[in-house]
Design a protein around this ligand. Structure first.
Ligand SMILES: [Zn+2]
Length: 269
């Protein structure tokens, strides 16, 4: 594993972004790992609370044993307090603790607690100010207070970005992003980047974004691949290939990996 803090700093200074890709099983884990290797780029291998429930933290930890001396940063996405502590204890490189729905004061207090514990263990922390909703945009002054008082290593912001697929291409509030960047020295994170066009992504990077989260687009690619395979090959007792798990999951893994590679290239890491 690379030193997460160093990689984030490098991205910040050289104005590119590191992709953060959500995984939930062995195939998606392999796809992100392969994409990192293929592009020789750092990546955040991202596990959410629900992915941890699905895969089991112990299994993730065991898989991650093989990531030493690779460019993969094992990361917790939108973590609860309980999972943030558990992941730090299990040897994660990076945790996002998300208390953005609480009051600013509470968000600062709890995030600071996570930061103190994480930094003792050489783990970096991402916090969030503002929520990903139309009227939850990040207030630059609040972001400044939050960054200074918590000492987070990464700060997720809400500037018109949303989770899931966009019904319409959003116009991100780049003016706000610049205002935040002017008062916050902490590297910034863009969630909900699935479906944003390349120009928007590039502009976001120019405006100081150093970590970009992709989940929905990857799930879509994976699932579409399975559906396409099954449609092409209806189940047939006499044709082993039609129900060999490795065939359809193998194709899905490949599509997921291609998508990750494309994003890494776009982010220029
Ligand atoms: Zn997110």
């Amino acid at each position: 594993m690379v030193e997460a803090k160093k990689e984030v700093k490098k991205a910040f200074l050289n104005k590119y972004a590191i992709g953060s890709f959500n995984i939930c099983n062995l195939e998606t884990f392999q796809a992100v790992f392969n994409a990192s290797k293929e592009t020789n780029s750092p990546v955040f291998l991202s596990t959410s609370n629900t992915s941890i429930d699905y895969m089991g933290l112990e299994n993730i930890k065991n898989l991650a044993e093989g990531l030493k001396r690779t460019k993969v940063i094992l990361h917790l996405d939108h973590g609860s307090y309980k999972n943030a502590v558990a992941c730090i204890n299990k040897g994660y490189d990076s945790v996002m603790f998300d208390a953005s729905r609480l009051s600013l004061k509470k968000n600062i207090m709890l995030t600071k607690k996570v930061v103190d514990y994480a930094h003792e263990n050489n783990v970096i922390v991402e916090g969030e100010v503002g929520v990903l909703e139309k009227d939850g945009l990040t207030n630059p002054g609040e972001a400044e207070d939050f960054a200074e008082q918590t000492g987070v290593d990464l700060l997720a912001v809400s500037v018109g970005n949303l989770h899931g697929y966009y019904k319409y291409m959003p116009v991100l509030d780049f003016k706000r992003l610049l205002e935040i960047k002017q008062v916050v020295k902490t590297p910034l994170v863009l969630h909900g980047a699935s479906g944003l066009n390349d120009e928007t992504i590039k502009t976001a990077i120019r405006h100081g974004i150093v970590k970009i989260n992709i989940d929905t687009e990857l799930r879509w690619a994976f699932t579409k691949s399975v559906r396409d395979f099954l449609r092409r090959n209806s189940m047939n007792k006499f044709n082993n290939k039609s129900f060999d798990i490795r065939n359809y999951l193998g194709e899905a893994r490949k599509s997921f990996e291609r998508k990750v590679v494309d994003k890494i290239r776009l982010f220029q890491s």
